[in-house]
Design a protein around this ligand. Structure first.
Ligand code: NAD
Ligand code: DAU
Length: 356
């Protein structure tokens, strides 16, 4: 028994791979292209683990992926690999179409070729789990009900449109070819090993580095926050018991306006690592020009996964965010390395001239 994970050097994939070996000895092959977001330091503790293999490859490279599938014979593929940052998709959508749409298509074709030649027993046991996002459903008004699996797709950014396209391909490969697929659509994750282009790690690191904490627009946009390890447990649950061809929404019932999230982080930092001048980190909050097309509110109705598969998050936002802040304060080597030259260039490009 073996599973193959794509994008396992990224934030969620990395946490998933680490959690996997904390729970089982089943071998796992981690395939990652190592884009700017891929970081082998995240999974460095697995070097030398007998069940762990890392392969640097693009999910769109059919020759390499097909050979890997043939050689390692996984019972499942879990697809995390994607371009994942909305702001970068606005700045340059091309890579998002390439990896999230064309890459997923090629991965599906490699997997279909492999799956078709399995024995009947292996075929029916096989699973392709596609990790997707709540952003495919678009934006909610203040009184709207949280996104259910039956909501129509209304993606608004190049990122969410590319993820929506990939979800449709996965669905079609099940409907047309019978590929045994599962899809999860999850809300905003936070936790250890999160690349600091995203709000939560950006705010923690900017705060302790004495930099501004940039809030897009009025900061009243709402996201539904889930601790990354809860997302990982949801994926394991769906992989083990999900109904073929079904989608499962995953969320933490933690709707928060961005400004509240940032103020909560500042409050925890004030306690854990007080500023030398005795003032609050909240003084560093700066309002900046909004993200174009910024979705106002996301919220996930996670009742299906709870009802059908018995999954529930273990962390509240309050417990998860404290663990996250503490992790960033303790893991200074990891955080120093990810804030390299390339990262600084992105920060300059995204935030220069944006102050209001
Ligand atoms: P991430 O950007 O941190 O990591 C993505 C990983 O994929 C990186 O290691 C990168 O090197 C790899 N990758 C990119 N293109 C690749 C390619 N062509 N071939 C192979 N590897 C490639 O992203 P993340 O936040 O960990 O998100 C993982 C998945 O979960 C994505 O599919 C994303 O859409 C989805 N998701 C993310 C969130 C969130 O809040 N971060 C929420 C819901 C769903
Ligand atoms: O909802 C799930 C999605 O969550 C995932 O599919 C994406 O991969 C993931 O990146 C995340 O998307 P968001 O755009 O919601 O995450 P981000 O951390 O970039 O932003 C969170 C909110 O904070 C959003 O409303 C924009 C805002 N923001 C973000 C940054 C980087 C700011 O106000 N200032 C910032 O500097």
């Amino acid at each position: 028994m073996t599973i193959l994970v794509t994008g396992g050097a990224g934030f969620i994939g990395g946490n998933y791979v680490l959690d996997w070996f904390a729970q089982t000895d089943e071998p796992l092959v981690n395939v990652d292209k190592l884009t700017y977001a891929g970081n082998l330091e995240t999974v460095a503790s697995l070097a030398g683990h007998p069940g762990y293999t890392f392969v640097q490859a693009d999910i769109g490279d059919r020759a390499i992926i097909s050979r890997l599938l043939h050689d390692r014979k996984p019972r499942a593929v879990v697809n995390f690999a994607a371009e994942s940052h909305v702001d970068r998709s606005i700045d340059g959508p091309s890579e998002f179409i390439q990896t999230n749409v064309v890459g997923t298509f090629n991965l599906l074709e490699s997997v279909r070729g492999y799956w078709t030649n399995l024995s009947d027993t292996e075929k029916s046991a096989f699973r392709f789990l596609h990790v997707s996002t709540d952003e495919v459903y678009g934006s909610l008004g203040p009184q709207d009900r949280p996104f259910a699996e039956t909501n129509p797709y209304e993606p608004n950014s190049p990122y969410s449109a590319s993820k929506a396209a990939s979800d449709h391909l996965v669905r079609a490969w099940h409907h047309t070819y019978g590929l045994p697929v599962l899809t999860t659509n999850c809300s905003n994750n936070y936790g250890p090993y999160h690349f600091p282009e995203k709000l939560v790690p950006l705010v923690i690191l900017n705060a302790i580095n004495g930099k501004p904490l940039p809030i897009y627009g009025d900061g009243q946009q709402i996201r539904d926050w889930l601790y990354v390890k809860d997302h990982c447990s949801a994926i394991r649950t769906v992989l083990a018991g999900g109904k073929l061809g079904e989608t499962y929404n995953v969320g933490g019932w933690n709707e928060k306006p961005n400004l509240d999230v940032v103020k909560t982080i500042c409050g925890i930092l004030d306690e854990m690592k007080p500023r030398a001048d005795g003032r609050s980190y909240a003084d560093q909050i700066t309002f900046v020009r909004d993200r174009p097309g910024h979705d106002r509110r996301y919220a996930i109705d996670a009742r299906k996964i709870e009802r059908e598969l018995g999954w529930k998050p273990a962390e509240t936002f309050e417990s998860g965010i404290r663990k996250t802040v503490a992790w960033y304060l303790e893991n200074t080597q990891w955080t120093a390395n990810v804030q390299s030259g390339a990262y600084q260039q992105w920060v300059k490009k995204n935030y220069a001239g944006r102050e209001q």
